[in-house]
Design a protein around this ligand. Structure first.
Ligand code: HEC
Ligand code: CU
Length: 349
């Protein structure tokens, strides 16, 4: 049994360590958390194997044999030495692992050294069924529907919700926290790998929960700065255009198809295409109606009302309160007009 136990432990540990269980490691936090996982595997597999071996051995060796059904088993007395050992060893292991866990937690939640300058803070807003991200870059505030962060710098995410419980999770970063109505929760992450990673809602929040997915873009600092410049200058431009009353300048700049597929507005919105099918945009979302079908032959006024005030009239076979009712605010006038015009032109064609 000892030999079987040793082999099973070795195999279990090897499988636990060799198989790549997790998504890409994308932050300094992820490295520490994955190492912690490895240590837990190394400690817990032998315990599991030991307990299982003893249970199996006892069941086989001490089971009632034919003809013994009416016999009493031998009288059993406690074994103080054994009991002290099986209480003390797990207790020591638990205390040691909890201490290690505490050290890791303390380490990954720690603020970066003051000498590295001010830490970037991004406010994460959960709402059925989209995330938006509020930035404040050197006093310039803007909102984005996609998450952008520079590599190698600590970011503190302050997480809020406008409605129900959500949970802000980027699996590649490992950190994860609930967005709780009435509270601001937070965690920090130092992304250390360039790339695009999924942002997921990890708390069942309603019918559109599975579609509450966006992208975290980790960029080189220079690219990040370029993006910030783009976001801050764009936000100012349409307002100026609207004030001038002209529709050629700002209106022409809006790419309604990109808005529909990527949901990247100057003030932030979600990707319509995540929920709606539309042939021209190449989107296949199935949460809301197929716009090629339902919008064919509809006029601009109907389309506009459906976007700004989705609950005024509910499309047949669909539920109210799934399409966000915030587009009237999120899309500026030029963007909304461009979107309506675009849908009027392409839907059903
Ligand atoms: C979270 C999913 C979701 C997102 C994101 C979403 N919608 Fe919807 N949409 C729905 C659902 C569900 C309905 C049907 C219920 C209703 O009519 O309100 C709907 C209805 C509509 C309708 C009315 C269809 C009809 O026949 O009444 C239009 C037009 C529309 N959406 C356009 C858009 C546009 C444009 C965007 C992006 C700015 C968008 N939607 C984003 C889920 C979504
Ligand atoms: Cu959610």
């Amino acid at each position: 049994m000892v030999v079987v136990g040793l082999i099973a432990s070795a195999l279990g540990i090897a499988l636990g360590l060799v198989i790549d269980w997790f998504p890409t490691q994308g932050s300094t936090q992820a490295e520490k958390i994955d190492t912690f996982w490895d240590v837990l595997i190394i400690c817990s597999v032998p315990v599991f194997v030991l307990v299982t071996t003893v249970v199996l051995y006892s069941a086989l060796e001490f089971r009632v044999k034919p003809g013994e059904e009416h016999l009493d088993g031998p009288p059993i007395h406690g074994n103080t030495k054994l009991e002290v050992v099986w209480t003390a060893v797990p207790a020591i292991m638990l205390v040691a692992l909890c201490s290690y866990a505490y050290i890791v937690l303390h380490d990954i939640e720690k603020a970066p050294a003051k000498s590295l300058g001010a830490e970037r803070q991004i406010q994460v807003n959960g709402a059925q069924f989209t995330w938006t991200f509020d930035y404040n870059e050197g006093g310039k505030k803007f909102t984005s529907a996609q998450l952008y962060v520079p590599i190698g710098q600590s970011v503190k995410f302050n997480v809020k919700t406008a409605d129900v419980l959500h949970d802000f999770w980027v699996p590649a970063w490992r950190m994860k926290i609930d967005a709780v109505p009435g509270l601001t929760t937070n965690y920090r992450v130092t992304p250390n790998r360039i790339g695009n990673y999924e942002v997921v809602c990890a708390e069942l929040c309603g019918l559109g929960h599975a579609f509450m997915r966006q992208t975290a873009h980790v960029l080189r600092k220079a690219d990040y700065d370029k993006w910030v410049t783009k976001m801050t200058t764009q936000a100012a431009a349409p307002a100026a255009g609207a004030a001038g009353g002209g529709d050629e300048g700002a209106g022409a700049a809006v790419d309604a198809k990109a808005l529909f597929t990527q949901g990247e507005t100057t003030t932030g919105a979600t990707a319509c295409g995540g929920c709606h099918k539309l042939a021209d945009a190449g989107t296949t979302g199935g949460v809301g109606p197929d716009l090629d079908k339902v919008l064919a032959g509809k006029d601009a006024a109907f389309i506009k009302e459906s976007i700004v005030n989705p609950n005024a009239e509910i499309a047949d076979g669909f539920n109210a309160n799934i399409m966000p009712d915030s587009y009237g605010k999120l899309l500026n006038a030029a963007e909304l007009d461009a979107m309506v015009k675009y849908l009027e032109e392409v839907a059903g064609k």
